[in-house]
Design a protein around this ligand. Structure first.
Ligand SMILES: Cc1cc2nc3c(=O)[nH]c(=O)nc-3n(C[C@H](O)[C@H](O)[C@H](O)COP(=O)(O)O)c2cc1C
Length: 425
């Protein structure tokens, strides 16, 4: 082994290569991940000279503690043209390590990676997950693909249905932690988006409550008809009511189906959720991109970087434009989804009001039958209980969907005069 410089000889691999939380750095590669350019901060922290870095594969700074599965996920997504965020532990030339949260984006002819210093609680969780993945790779001889599947499984157990959901959560937490560390004002739009997540989860479980409640009453109308056949002549009022109730509750159940959507999602909220994750990622990445563009521009204007750095500023500017447009578009589509969700909830409530009036009619008829209606009472009591439960659930759904809509509105990009930047559909 040859010692390239004195630092190589003395720095321990357990030492961290320092960089401060306000610093952002980037590198640009070709389609295979061969380094084409970067900024001065990247060079300084990696401890390599430009001659060593340019033309070298990015794995020149690969740290042995990094699980192969993470890079598998990274490349799988990049090849699909998807920007990807990831925690990465790197190794400087002198053996010291440094952690980054990187956002890697496809660009014309290659990729750009922008990095910040991670400091949030999610970072600690990621470190534990990486250590476990690394152990599994070594002990069970997992292939990168198998390890990637395990990592996705661990993320699912932690409550992240997809890698995209995890990285969107992570970037939002990192941006917020960084803002706090740098005493910056909190990003209100990002906060609104983050607040959306628990509400959408609540909405999802309330919807499940509705499905379950409706499944429970399926048998009631036929029970009612059987009881009615003993109390009144065929086609009497109670059996007519029970038939109407059956027809109308079928209509409500069909409408519940309207909450479900295609494209593999279980429900409308689930599909909105995945869009919100994407929106959070794009919003946070757009901010990161804006900042790194300013960093690069300043370095260029103050001649801290060479003349050909102008090209890097242009690349970052184009990337920022893409992020701004994409994050705006995602938010508009989330807004439209949420509007549809609120409308769906309102329609549902109207249908249930109709159903409830049939229940009331049933009570009135039972009252007219007087003492004869005793056998009908348990069924009617069951309906009463069901309606109380449904009303409460619908009330919560209405409240939640209104709140969700307000939060999306707060997160929408605004035009210079403060008006919302979207078209009414
Ligand atoms: C733009 C870009 C930036 C990358 N940055 C890093 C990095 O900082 N550290 C790293 O180990 N790998 C990075 N990679 C991934 C490497 O190309 C490579 O997949 C990884 O080091 C693992 O090497 P291996 O696939 O040969 O095992 C980057 C890839 C791209 C496209």
């Amino acid at each position: 082994m040859s010692f390239q410089n004195s630092a190589t000889a003395f720095s321990s691999s357990r030492e961290e290569a320092p960089f401060s939380i306000d610093e952002l750095f980037f590198s640009r590669t070709d389609e295979r991940g061969v380094i084409a350019a970067g900024n001065e901060v990247f060079r300084r922290i990696s401890e390599y000279s430009w001659q060593e870095l340019v033309g070298a594969p990015h794995k020149i700074i690969r740290h042995p503690d990094m699980p192969k599965g993470v890079f598998y996920i990274l490349w799988e997504r990049l090849k699909k043209g998807l920007a990807t965020g990831a925690y990465v532990k790197n190794r400087a030339k002198d053996g010291r390590y440094y952690w980054v949260y990187a956002v890697i984006s496809p660009i014309e002819g290659g990729y750009v990676s922008v990095r910040m210093k991670p400091s949030s609680k999610v970072f600690s969780q990621a470190q534990v997950a990486y250590a476990e993945a690394l152990k599994l790779e070594a002990n069970e001889g997992l292939t990168p693909e198998e390890s990637a599947a395990k990592i996705r499984e661990v993320l699912r157990d932690l409550g992240f249905p997809t890698y995209a959901a995890f990285s969107s959560f992570a970037i939002a937490q990192e941006m917020t932690a960084r803002d706090t560390a740098l005493a910056r004002v909190e990003d209100g739009r990002l906060r609104s988006m983050k607040e959306l997540l628990p509400r959408l989860h609540d909405l999802e479980s309330e919807q499940q409550n509705l499905f379950t409640a409706f499944a429970k009453i399926r048998g009631i109308p036929s029970n009612m008809r059987i009881v009615a056949s003993r109390l009144e002549p065929a086609g009497g009022p109670i059996s007519a009511i029970s038939q109407n109730y059956r027809l109308m509750s079928d209509e409500v159940t069909n409408h519940l189906g309207g909450f479900r959507v295609e494209n593999g999602a279980r429900s409308m909220t689930e599909s909105v959720l995945s869009r919100v994750h994407h929106g959070i990622f794009m919003m946070a990445a757009a901010r990161l991109q804006r900042e790194v563009k300013m960093v690069a521009l300043e370095a260029f204007l103050t001649a801290k970087e060479g003349d050909n750095f102008k090209y890097e500023v242009e690349v970052l500017t184009t990337l920022l434009d893409t992020y701004s447009i994409d994050s705006g578009a995602v938010l508009v589509s989330v807004f439209n989804d949420v509007t549809a969700l609120t409308r769906s909830a309102k329609d549902l409530r109207q249908l249930v009001t109709g159903l409830d009036s049939i229940r009331v009619l049933c009570r009135v008829e039972a009252g007219r039958l007087g003492a004869n209606s005793v056998s009908l009472m348990p069924v009617i009591d069951q309906l009463d209980k069901f309606h109380i439960e449904i009303d409460a659930t619908l009330e919560r759904i209405m409240h939640l969907s209104e709140r969700v809509k307000t939060l999306v509105e707060a997160a929408m990009p605004r035009t210079a005069n403060g008006s919302l930047h979207y078209h009414h559909s």
